[in-house]
Design a protein around this ligand. Structure first.
Ligand code: HEM
Length: 543
């Protein structure tokens, strides 16, 4: 018998309502699970593998410790320091999308920057935030891409290049700077040293990277009026640097920038700046087509050297940009900090200006400017420079992403067991905190003291960024291993390991030659020599 099985409409309704009820229940359970999972940590972050014993500020549901990390400017540095005071040098936090391991201790830094440095990379976070601005430049590159650029940039800072093109460019711009300062002095004008140094370093960059002096004269010339305007593309650079850097503190920046329209502002700013850089690169490529060859006598510039690795204009733009960003504000602000330390009333007892002048005179540098090989002979000036870089570090914090799971070594002095790091977690170190830690620099860590760069016998000291006992200064040689680990100074202002600062020698030369040239020719007085200056996070400024 054939038959048709039919479901009555009422039974269909019942089964649909049951399905809806189950669906709703499943949704509620999923939501409850989500709320439970992220009750005290940032959304989409890993569960702590060390929670049973490691400290850190209590996280809020879904946002974790975002509030602690959203402080801006000088407040950021102070917030990090106050977290260190509460939780010590090592703790954990989360913000949406990643877990942050704060690792302010030489033992940890040695591990991630020496013993297992291959595992700690810039990673997706840095590339997402900065990629549009840096293209594939050194600061966002990893692996082979990074290696090629590191090699190319290392060639640029060879001794030969220092002694020829770099020295010539520096001396040329020092000449312009000295004439400008004379004009300002004649008019008895107060000026913003930090912004002047930024202009000076930008001009110097154009010389070192492109042999480009014409364009630079619109940024700074001997005429004080040149300080009253800024080319649009340089303003665009500053705007872009600010907007892109701000993204680091806002995990939902893609959404918020889209809603506010700021994504277009940052794109426009980056495009405006790159139009200028790309133009200079195109000009060189055209010159090459017409037979141009770099000449060691005229000086091989950065672009010549980078072109040995690639002739792709987009890649070249990113490579050059990386060096500009690395070298302009860092050095400009360090020179400004140095001048502030020399002239501030807190440091009057050091009589630093007179000592640097006397040192230069004693070494016979009475006219002209210091050459590259002369800088190390200025021992007191070097001590002032290093102490400035230590305490007023222009890179107050850094971070790397773990490419694979890893275990950080135990630190018995801190009572820390081995710490597990999961793939994708971020390790963060804060130079601002490290340079103020009594465990690292002694009880007077926060005091500006250039004499910590000399032994008791007056020999110059250099500190290792890592905790190797053989690098511990003479005066600490009676300490036991345990104490050495704790008290070995950690000079981390230039980073360490494979990604340490490539421009350290250049910045030191520029800093000491420029400050000595100014001090030899002028008396500087601060507009307010008792004002307290605070370092800012991100690109660090004296304000
Ligand atoms: C006082 C001045 C300077 C200081 C304190 C400084 C400090 C640093 C620090 C801390 C880093 C590591 C950044 C990070 O990993 O997040 C770094 C990287 C770097 N610095 Fe400097 N820097 C200075 C000047 C310069 C100059 C003048 C140049 C070149 C013109 C330069 C070129 C670089 C480059 C290329 C890197 C990236 C290295 C890499 O990732 O392999 N720096 N610098």
């Amino acid at each position: 018998m054939d038959g048709l099985l039919k479901q009555s409409p009422s039974s269909l309704n019942v089964s649909m309502s049951v399905a809806v009820a189950y669906g709703a229940l499943a949704l509620c359970l999923a939501l409850a699970g989500l709320c439970w999972t992220y009750r005290n940590r940032g959304f989409w972050t890993s569960r702590s593998a060390n929670s049973a014993w490691i400290g850190g500020p209590e996280g809020k549901a879904f946002i974790g410790n975002l509030r602690e990390l959203q402080t801006n400017g000088a407040a950021s540095c102070k917030a990090w320091y106050s977290l260190y005071e509460r939780y010590g040098p090592a703790y954990e936090m989360t913000i949406p999308f990643f877990r942050l391991h704060v690792i302010n201790h030489p033992v940890y830094l040695e591990h991630i920057q020496k013993h297992n440095s291959k595992n700690y990379i810039r990673g997706a976070f840095t590339r997402n935030v900065f990629g549009e601005l840096h293209r594939r430049g050194i600061f966002v590159a990893d692996g082979a891409e990074w290696h090629v650029q590191r090699k190319a940039a290392t060639r640029a800072f060879s001794k030969r290049n220092f002694e020829t093109h770099i020295t010539r460019s520096l001396h040329h711009w020092l000449d312009v700077l000295m004439r400008l300062l004379s004009n300002l002095a004649r008019e008895q004008k107060t000026f913003d040293l930090q912004s002047l140094m930024s202009r000076f370093m930008f001009c110097l960059f154009l010389g070192i990277a492109f042999h480009e002096d014409e364009l630079a004269l619109a940024v700074m010339s001997a005429d004080p009026k040149s300080l009253e305007t800024t080319p649009e593309y340089v303003e665009a650079l500053d705007r872009a640097l600010y907007l892109f850097d701000r993204r680091r503190r806002y995990p939902l920046w893609r959404l918020t920038e889209k809603l506010s329209g700021e994504d277009k502002t940052s794109k426009r700013a980056a495009a405006l700046f790159y139009a200028q850089i790309d133009g200079l690169i195109k000009k060189r490529l055209d010159m090459i087509k017409n037979g141009y060859k770099p000449s060691p006598d005229d000086g091989v510039d950065l672009l010549d050297l980078f072109m040995q690795s690639t002739d792709d204009p987009h890649t070249l733009g990113g490579m050059v940009f990386g060096i500009l960003v690395a070298g302009r504000d860092t050095t400009a602000y360090s020179i400004s900090w140095l001048m502030k330390e020399i002239h501030h009333q807190d440091n009057k007892h050091l009589d630093a200006a007179q000592k640097i002048r006397a040192e230069a005179k004693e070494l016979g540098f009475t006219t002209g400017y210091l050459g590259y090989g002369d800088t190390p002979k200025m021992r007191f000036a070097n001590a002032m420079w290093h102490e400035t870089a230590r305490l007023n570090t222009v890179s107050p914090a850094g971070q790397m992403e773990a490419a694979e799971d890893d275990v950080l070594p135990a630190v018995p002095d801190l009572n820390m067991r081995p710490r597990r790091i999961k793939k994708g977690d971020v390790v963060s170190y804060q130079n601002y905190v490290l340079s103020r830690m009594p465990e690292v620099w002694g009880e007077d860590a926060t005091v500006f003291n250039p004499y910590r760069w000399f032994t008791e016998n007056g020999e110059s000291l250099s500190y290792s960024p890592f905790s190797k006992p053989r690098l511990v200064p003479q005066r600490r040689k009676t300490m036991t291993w345990k104490k050495l680990t704790l008290e070995c100074p950690e000079y981390h202002s230039w980073n360490a390991g494979p990604r340490s600062c490539l421009g350290r020698a250049l910045a030191t030369y520029e800093g000491i030659a420029t400050s000595t040239a100014i001090l030899q020719r002028f008396d500087i007085s601060l507009a307010d020599d008792s004002r307290v200056y605070e370092p800012l996070a991100a690109m660090n400024m004296v304000r």
